[in-house]
Design a protein around this ligand. Structure first.
Ligand SMILES: Nc1ncnc2c1ncn2[C@@H]1O[C@H](COP(=O)(O)OP(=O)(O)OP(=O)(O)O)[C@@H](O)[C@H]1O
Ligand SMILES: [Mg+2]
Length: 343
């Protein structure tokens, strides 16, 4: 894919991970936005600390770049507990998970990223571990195989997923608390930007912060990335001054549109309108039309388009709203989804 598309892609790129780590809030008090999640989580953590017991297992669900990993690390920090990090794809066999579970310290926080991508046998082992702090080690094969129960230290599982819908119900039910992370408001992204600008020693006037925030696709990761690109542009062209005009010019150069829609977002909308007359069209057909995996369209592009009121998911397929037609400079048909009804 083109470099420009990567600029607003919510996924972190390799060289970005280090900067991300540096910009990551370390404590709950520093974490911006997600007010409800923060309040619920602080209650869960505080009461666990008071009872001197590991808190319930926590599931973080939400689009890429909204702060799931950040929050998982904060859970361990607030509990003053050690943190072990792994991910669903790394847990291919039950033995991979058993090796981790059996060496957890009491109260340790185990973070499993992309938990929806765990292999089935590991998943089943996790059920028992979460519920009874026990694993069954299977010895032997076939009819002679026996399960040897092994107690493990009480721990707290923190799972993260961009696709909560894919988690099997028995797994989902074993989390005592699910944090549903939503896209951030512009004002919250401004706070993220001010904080990052300070850490990066960038002077960021309000108008520049506002312009970047409203084009950041509701996503802190993208806000931080755009801040660095705009800073580079301002350094080269405007002696470092990030006013509205400079921010806007920089973002135009990088093809981030006025609402933060990226290339994939625009490609999806464009195909929906131009190739399928606004829909309804099935997800896989739409994905083929833009040359992407269905999962990418569903996880990366759609949630934001839905949130912006540009796309609707209906039982018959994906549908463009009247606002989507206007957004791409086209006249919506009279029966467009969400168009004002004429009498
Ligand atoms: N609430 C927040 N306040 C300040 N910065 C934040 C916040 N949430 C996220 N960030 C910043 O955004 C970056 C991305 O966040 P994070 O890695 O936690 O996202 P994620 O949800 O785990 O994404 P992915 O699904 O790709 O794993 C972090 O490095 C952090 O700097
Ligand atoms: Mg993450």
């Amino acid at each position: 894919m083109e470099i420009e598309r990567d600029l607003v892609s919510p996924d972190a790129e390799n060289d970005e991970l280090q900067i991300e780590a540096a910009l990551r809030p370390k404590r709950l008090g520093e974490f911006i936005g997600q007010g409800r999640v923060r309040e619920q989580l602080s209650l869960v953590l505080e009461s666990a600390l008071r009872r001197r017991r590991p808190p319930d297992h926590v599931l973080m669900s939400g689009s890429p770049g909204l702060g799931k990993t950040t929050l998982a690390m904060i859970v361990a920090a607030e509990l003053n507990a050690p943190l072990r990090i792994t991910s669903g794809p790394a847990l291919e066999r039950a033995g991979d998970l058993a090796a981790i579970l059996s060496t957890l310290a009491e109260g340790e926080v185990l973070f499993i990223d992309e938990i929806h991508r765990m292999a089935r046998p590991a998943e089943e082992m996790l059920y028992l571990a979460m519920e009874d702090f026990r694993v069954d080690i299977i010895v032997g094969k076939g009819p002679g195989a026996t399960a040897i129960p092994l107690d493990i230290s009480p721990f707290t599982l923190v799972g993260a997923t961009t696709r909560a819908g894919l988690l099997p119900a028995p797994l989902r039910d074993r989390f005592g608390f699910t944090a549903h992370m939503d896209f951030y408001e512009v004002s919250e992204l401004e706070q993220v930007l001010y904080r990052s600008a300070k850490l990066l020693r960038v002077t960021l006037p309000d108008e520049g912060a506002h312009e970047i925030a409203r084009r950041s696709r509701g996503t802190p990761r993208i806000a931080n990335r755009l801040l660095r690109r705009v800073r580079d542009f301002a350094d080269m062209r405007a002696d470092g001054l990030i006013n509205q005009e400079i921010a806007s010019a920089a973002l135009n150069l990088y093809e981030v549109d006025a609402n933060g829609l990226d290339r994939l977002d625009r490609a999806v909308l464009g195909a929906l309108l131009k190739k399928f007359g606004g829909g309804p069209v099935g997800l896989s057909t739409l994905a083929v039309a833009v040359g992407e995996e269905a999962e990418t369209v569903e996880v990366v592009a759609e949630p934001f388009l839905v949130r912006q009121g540009l796309l609707a998911r209906t039982p018959r397929g994906r549908v463009a709203t009247a606002a989507a037609w206007s957004h791409l400079g086209m006249t919506p048909p009279p029966d467009a989804f969400g168009a004002p009804l004429l009498d």
